[in-house]
Design a protein. Structure first.
Length: 227
């Protein structure tokens, strides 16, 4: 029986004679994919990490495991070479792996070198709350305040951050963010969103800040409705 194999890097054909009867045969062509990638997609759909980001994560984890005293040196030598996109990718991967301590180190570099938006603060806060490190949220919010309370406005990121802080039962941090919002014009020059109003009202009551909850309800009674 003759077997012909024609294979390229992306696609090949194998022709295999299949006997039908003693006097006739039918040849069926079967597509075969070959090559090192074999049509494989990323390990996690929608998540891509550069080689530099992957190596940085490996270096940090290895340093933390083998000799934590050298971690700062590794941080300064490894992370300083990464672009912002690689730093953010490394941060999100460390958060996904629940490596919050290392993630905070990477986040500190991002803040100092490029600044961080509220959405990124929120992602870190959510991971901290999820991993029982809610006290670290207070330091995070303190860094966000920065002494002047000026924040780059992002309604979606702000709501996510506020929910993470409330979920972590951080009363003082919740109040601090609210004060920052008011200083930035929320409710006056910036229109109050009804969902944010409800999050604040319910959150303040949950945390025992009844006066602030009542303040929210009085000022935005047309938005809060009935609870």
């Amino acid at each position: 029986m003759a077997l012909s194999l024609h294979c390229t890097f992306l696609k090949s054909q194998i022709s295999v004679p299949i006997p039908v009867s003693a006097a006739a045969a039918v040849t069926v062509s079967l597509p075969v994919r070959c090559g090192p990638r074999d049509n494989r997609g990323p390990l996690v759909k929608g998540r891509t990490l550069s080689t530099e980001a992957i190596q940085a994560i490996q270096f940090l984890k290895r340093a933390e495991r083998s000799d934590p005293t050298k971690l700062q040196k590794v941080l300064s030598t490894t992370l300083s070479r990464l672009l912002k996109a690689d730093l953010v990718a490394a941060l999100k991967e460390l958060l996904r792996q629940e490596r919050c301590a290392l993630a905070l180190e990477v986040f500190a570099v991002i803040r100092s070198e490029y600044g961080a938006d509220l959405g990124l603060y929120a992602e870190v806060a959510v991971a901290l709350s999820r991993n029982g490190a809610a006290e670290e949220i207070d330091r995070l919010v303190c860094d966000l305040d920065g002494g002047d309370g000026v924040i780059q406005w992002d309604e979606k990121g702000l709501i996510k951050l506020m929910k993470a802080v409330i979920g972590g039962d951080r009363r003082e941090s919740t109040v601090r963010i609210y004060r920052m919002m008011r200083r930035n014009g929320w409710g006056s020059t910036i229109k109050a969103d009804d969902y944010m109003v409800r999050v604040l009202s319910k959150g303040f009551r949950r945390l025992g800040e009844m006066e602030l909850a009542d303040e929210i309800n009085r000022e935005f009674q047309d938005l809060v409705g009935s609870f």
